[in-house]
Design a protein. Structure first.
Ligand code: SF4
Length: 430
């Protein structure tokens, strides 16, 4: 099929990626299959070789079968894919061929996106974004919906955004994230401030050029605003809501186990996990080998890595979080088709919660790695970012009205800013 529109590559010169065949994505993802994937796997004759179909069916969709440890049934000991080794790249399921790249329809044309669950993306290893045009064309041919007509996106629920307004907002936020001389804590605080301010703004008659003027003015004075009004300490309720948000972002349903256990046992297990996150006492429920045996209270005494990072983009945690957030903003993964059809302001709030969740999870990872750890190191933050970004825009339960309600509540009483700045119990940031 001919690809009619030019695909917009990710406008982030500082970001690189090439696959280094680490196999991590094959250990960590539940891969949904398309009809053509099923037909291809059928032609390859795996069911006779494996003694079962290489996929499982769940609620009307089919997914690649996994081993008990969650890895793909086709992952070899050398970290490579058995389908790829035997039949070549073109014979793999579409989602496996695409990852970590994506293409999303936007009003400006199909836009390249990037997922930070990939180790090479996190480490910034490989070729520039613009060099992946051939891969993007292949994704568009494999999944024609990615280059289809973009649906309208709202600025706020009930207030449709023009392409100019979305471009202006993404551009201004991206510029803010790239600002030299402001710490990563300040820049994330600024994103949360903007999400909260826009949520309550009367934007019905502030359109196009006036909207651009508004957001440009906000960003021009934002640093002074944040200085004058630092975020307060998160309330117990806000902390609970953040932990609930983390549960939603790290829930990892194992399809074969859910099928074997049935609805009631699965629902009971999920309820218990959710409750553990809500209450925050005792041990953090296991996140697939991520935080075995870590107690919430031990993780919560570790400094928030966003505040602990040295000032400046040279700090590796600052660099990682900055690239991640900018890739979400620039790569059409914050609102619209790339994020459950959310309005721009809701999507921005969700992005802030993602960052706050990653900062919290990194502390859990630090204690899981070393029980005597007193700070988050880069691998902790990288693991947390990977964990959060792997579900962003993919997990259907993050698109529910309950999640939207949580974002609304978190935007009240400075909650987004407070949870992004969440610090160890009893410590006041100066
Ligand atoms: S995680 Fe990234 S580098 Fe590793 S195999 Fe997957 S795409 Fe390649």
């Amino acid at each position: 099929m001919a690809v009619p529109l030019p695909i917009l590559t990710l406008d982030l010169p500082a970001q690189k990626y090439s696959c280094h065949a680490c196999g991590n994505c094959c250990r960590d993802f539940t891969v949904q299959l398309r009809d053509e994937d099923i037909a291809r796997l059928g032609r390859q004759g795996w069911s006779a070789e494996l003694g079962a179909e290489p996929w499982v069916e769940f609620r009307g969709s089919r997914f690649l079968r996994q081993r008990p440890d969650g890895s793909c049934i086709f992952l070899q000991d050398d970290g490579l894919c058995r389908i790829h080794a035997r039949y070549g790249l073109q014979e793999k399921p579409v989602a496996c061929r695409s990852f970590p790249l994506s293409v999303m329809p936007t009003a400006d044309g199909p836009q390249q996106g990037l997922n930070f669950a990939c180790g090479s993306v996190q480490l910034n290893k490989g070729a520039p974004m613009a060099s992946h045009l051939g891969d993007l064309r292949r994704i568009a041919e494999d999944a024609p919906e990615t280059i289809g007509q973009a649906r309208p996106v709202a600025l706020l629920p009930g207030r449709e955004a023009s392409p100019l307004e979305l471009r202006a907002l993404a551009g201004v936020l991206d510029q803010w994230m790239g600002r030299e001389g402001a710490s990563i804590a300040t820049r994330i605080d600024g994103l949360a401030w903007i999400a909260q301010a826009l949520r309550h703004a009367k934007l019905a008659s502030v359109k196009d050029a006036r909207f651009l003027e508004l957001v440009t003015t906000i960003v021009a004075t934002l640093e002074d605003e944040l200085d004058a009004d630092p975020p307060g300490v998160a309330t117990e309720r806000q902390e609970r809501m953040l932990r609930q948000a983390i549960f939603m972002r790290t829930e990892d349903p194992r399809l074969d186990r859910m099928k074997a256990d049935g609805f009631l046992r699965t629902a009971w297990r999920q309820w218990r996990r959710q409750r553990a996150f809500l209450l925050g006492g005792g041990t953090v429920p296991e996140l697939r080998g991520f935080a075995k045996g870590v107690r919430f209270q031990d993780a919560e005494v570790i400094p928030n890595p966003l505040h602990d990072a040295a000032d400046g983009h040279d700090d590796p945690i600052d660099d990682l979080v900055t690239r991640w957030v900018r890739a979400r903003l620039r790569g059409a993964r914050t609102w619209g088709a790339g994020y459950y059809g959310f309005s721009a302001v809701e999507g921005l709030a969700a992005l802030c919660v993602d960052v706050a969740s990653a900062a919290y999870l990194a502390r859990v990872h630090a204690v899981g790695r070393d029980p005597s750890a007193d700070r988050v190191e880069v691998p902790d933050m990288a693991a947390a970012v990977a964990r959060i970004d792997r579900t962003a825009g993919r997990a259907p339960w993050l698109a529910t009205s309950g999640e939207r309600l949580r974002l609304s509540f978190l935007a009240l009483d400075d909650g987004l800013r407070r949870t992004c700045a969440l610090h160890p119990c009893g410590v006041e940031w100066t």
